[in-house]
Structures are given as structure tokens and as C-alpha cells.
Design a binder for this molecule. Structure first.
Ligand code: PMP
Length: 440
């Protein structure tokens, strides 16, 4: 497959855009370097690049595009919103409609505030928790990614880990000192940290189902323990559901049927993003009335946004959620995903490739290793070179994955049986190609 125009554009981009990309996770640095693919059009489950190659897409723009690219219902909603003015700087009725939809799907949120990205949502939940508890420290889990604010770029998974900088430069030590990191799925380690620093801890922040060092479920009882221990010390529980909300069902991880005991695992604050914007920039956070009343103009914790709640993002988000209310959409994504993961596991076995697949409904991660992946250490201890070889082999056969061994594959409502068959054919050939190669 030739990608001459992508290579030319990359040369040009390098002259003007740092690293040639506007988000480091788009770079191919971790998969052998060179030009990333420049896409020019996307429709449904497919991309076309500037050299007119077609790809089946499993990146879904790192999650938001759960209804496939350019879904007509969402496109129409954006067009209508744009025709009525893109930004008002005043409240609109649309924001109320969307807030009600989110509250209905995520009952732990009494009050919501819209922002522009997942980073902003998470960043603000931490400020609100600090304002409420009048404490400074937060506890997070190794390998979880919570956006790029100073507060959470410590032991961060996803892009920072992919590029080997889980502890970013440029974070004042005074801020890094306020963050305590413990292993995911390890309640005794959390207890130990709380025993030591509990009186200073404002919040424990977690991806309740992890999406940033692969897809990783909490072990049974982990979230219950987390909530119980955190509250024993008077700290708040913050769920970062930027990836997980509306991913597995119409609701969030905290209400997902795969996790029991929903009352016991309800958080105080939740951060949202990605899917709720239908492909346009968005974030949101919400929580109990008492905690959210810390936020200005009611309370002393300040948070604002010129673009926040803009009619285009909100309209796209409402339209996306409407599509996801269609009966059977999650079941169909899951059905196709099972077919895909069964096929991948079978071919990996056939060609002697060590592969651990973590699947949660319509998303999954592929780890080149022969141990389970339940925490960040286990995710790091996987074969990055083999992933890179697989990534390139799949790309050359028209399958677009995230260029990182930590990222998930996302199915969308637009993927078809034909896409799965095409992908499995590419995977068989790719496993065959990398089997026996030097990277093993
Ligand atoms: N939290 C989680 C769990 C995420 O996965 C991400 C993005 N991958 C973020 C926060 C940051 O969101 P954004 O990129 O919209 O700032």
C-alpha cells in the first residue's frame, strides 16, 4: 500500500506543527516512527487517506465516534445548530435537555456543568473536591489517564506511557507532591495510602473501568472497597468516565450491569467527555447537589468557559445519545466484537503469537503477552515491538488501529459483518507475517 501523499504532508507538517501532529498520540513514534496516515474523509466504519487507500477504522477517534463517522442524524443536528449561530455566550434550552439526558443515564449526578474537553472536566472535579473537603492531596491509580492538566500527569497511561513520559516534564514538584499513585485493582495498597495520608486526601480518582492501559475491569469488590475506604477518610470518590460513559451500555460504568452493587459504587463526582459530544469538542462533570454547589456562581470554586455548552457540541451530543437509545445497538456491537476477538484469538494461537485480549462489550484491547492484564505493570510488560509490527501489518492491509500498545479497539454502530471478515483476513495475514520475525 503506497502512502506517498501522507509522507509528503508529514514532511510539510513537521515544518509548522510541533512533531507534525496536534496530539502526541497521533504520532507513529511508538510504532517505528515515520509518517502517520493523513486521512481526508471518513464515513461509517471507514476512512480514506490522501492517497485514496481505504481503511476499516477501530480508532473511532480514541472513542467518541461510537456511531461511526458522519452519522446522518448527528450531521443534520450539527448543520441545524450551525445555521442558528455557533456560539451565544448565553444559556440555551438545549443545555437543559442534554443535562437531563445525562442525569437520567447517570443517577449519581444531581447537577451537571458542561466544559470543552475531558481534561477540563477532570481538572475541575479535582478543584471541586478540594474546595469541598478543604484538603489538597489526590490519590490516583498507576496507568490511568485523566487528561493533560498538571494535576494528573503523574504515572499517566495512554499517550504519556506510549511515548515513555508517564511523568511529564513541566509539572511543579509542589503539585506532583499532592498526587499519590497506587496500583489499580489493589485495595490493600489504597488502604495503606489512605492510612498514611488519608486526612489530607481530597479525593480518590479512578477510571472505574480502565480504558487507558488496555481495557481492564475492576476485580469484583474493588470499587466497593475503594468507595468504602475513601469515605472512611472523609475524601470524595471521583470517577473519570470520559472513555467509559455510554461505551458499554446507555449509561456509565457506574451503572453497567457487569458491575453489581450500583448503590455502593456510586461516586461523588463524575467526569465525562468523548461520546457525549457526538464527535465535537465537549466535556462535562457532575455530582451530588451538595458537592456541586461548591461551583461558581453558587460557591467559591471557580470554573468557566467561553465555548462551554455551545449549541453545536450540545446538539451533536444529544443526537449521538439519541442514536444510542436505539434498541439493540450495544448488543449488535458486542456480537460483532465477539466474532472479531474469537477470530483474533484463534489466529494468534495458530501462528504462535502470545495474545491476551480484554474485551468489554464492544471494545477490547490486545496485549502481546501470555499473562493476564489487570493492572498497569502487567500492561507495560507486553511486547511493544510485536505490537508495532502487527500495527503496521494491519495498516498496510487497510485496518486502522491506534498506534499504541495501550489503546483499545472500538467498534461502532456502523461496523458490519463484512468489516469483521475483512479485518480477520488482514489479521490472519498479519500474524503470519510477524510470526517468526525478529521481534518475537
Ligand atoms: N480521561 C480519560 C479517561 C481519557 O481517556 C481522556 C482522553 N483519552 C481524558 C480524560 C482527556 O480527555 P480530552 O482528551 O478530551 O481532554
Amino acid at each position: 500500500m503506497k502512502r506517498i501523499h501522507s509522507e509528503q504532508l508529514y514532511e510539510e507538517a513537521l515544518k509548522h506543527i510541533v512533531g507534525g501532529v496536534n496530539s502526541p498520540s497521533r504520532s507513529f513514534k511508538a510504532v517505528g516512527g515515520g509518517a502517520p496516515v493523513f486521512m481526508k474523509r471518513a464515513q461509517g466504519a471507514h476512512f480514506w487517506d490522501v492517497d485514496d487507500n481505504r481503511y476499516v477504522d477501530y480508532l473511532a477517534a480514541y472513542g467518541p465516534i461510537i456511531t461511526g463517522h458522519a452519522h446522518p442524524h448527528i450531521t443534520r443536528a450539527i448543520q441545524e445548530a450551525a445555521a442558528n449561530g455557533t456560539l451565544y455566550g448565553t444559556p440555551t434550552e438545549l443545555e437543559i435537555k442534554m443535562a437531563k439526558m445525562l442525569k437520567q443515564a447517570i443517577p449519581s449526578m444531581d447537577k451537571v456543568r458542561f466544559v470543552n474537553s475531558g481534561t477540563e472536566a477532570v481538572m475541575t472535579t479535582i478543584r471541586v473536591a478540594r474546595a469541598y473537603t478543604k484538603r489538597n492531596k489526590i490519590i490516583k491509580f498507576a496507568g490511568c489517564y485523566h487528561g493533560h492538566s498538571d494535576l494528573v500527569l503523574v504515572a499517566a497511561g495512554s499517550g504519556p506511557s506510549t511515548l515513555g513520559i508517564p511523568d511529564s516534564a513541566g509539572i511543579p514538584t509542589s503539585i506532583a507532591h499532592e498526587v499519590i499513585t497506587v496500583p489499580f485493582n489493589d485495595a490493600p495498597a489504597l488502604k495503606e495510602a489512605l492510612d498514611k495520608w488519608g486526612d489530607d486526601v481530597a479525593a480518590v480518582m479512578v477510571e472505574p473501568i480502565v480504558g487507558n492501559f488496555g481495557m481492564v475491569m475492576p476485580k469484583p469488590g474493588f470499587l466497593e472497597d475503594l468507595c468504602r475506604l475513601t469515605r472512611q477518610y472523609g475524601a470524595l470518590v471521583i470517577y473519570d468516565e470520559v472513555i467509559t460513559a455510554f461505551r458499554f451500555h446507555y449509561g456509565s460504568a457506574q451503572t453497567y450491569a457487569g458491575l453489581d452493587n450500583h448503590e455502593a459504587i456510586a461516586p461523588d463526582l463524575t467526569a465525562l467527555g468523548k461520546i457525549i459530544g457526538g464527535g465535537l469538542p465537549i466535556g462535562a462533570y457532575g455530582g451530588t447537589k451538595e458537592v456541586m454547589e461548591q461551583v461558581a456562581p453558587l460557591g467559591p470554586a471557580y470554573q468557566a468557559g467561553t465555548m462551554a455548552g455551545n449549541p453545536a457540541s450540545i446538539s451533536a451530543g444529544i443526537a449521538c445519545l439519541e442514536v444510542l437509545q436505539t434498541p439493540g445497538v450495544y448488543e449488535e456491537m458486542e456480537r460483532l466484537t465477539i466474532k472479531l476477538t474469537n477470530g483474533l484469538a484463534g489466529f494468534a494461537r495458530q501462528y504462535g503469537i502470545p495474545l491476551t485480549i480484554n474485551r468489554i462489550r464492544g471494545s477490547f484491547s490486545t496485549h502481546f503477552c501470555d499473562h493476564p492484564v489487570t493492572n498497569y505493570d502487567e500492561a507495560q510488560d507486553t511486547n511493544g515491538e510485536m505490537f508495532a509490527a502487527f500495527f503496521r501489518a494491519m495498516l498496510n492491509r487497510g485496518v486502522n488501529l491506534a498506534p499504541s500498545k495501550y489503546e483499545a479497539w472500538f467498534l461502532t454502530t456502523a461496523h458490519t459483518e463484512e468489516d469483521i471478515d475483512f479485518t480477520l483476513e488482514a489479521a490472519e495475514a498479519s500474524f503470519k507475517e510477524i510470526n517468526g520475525s525478529a521481534c518475537q
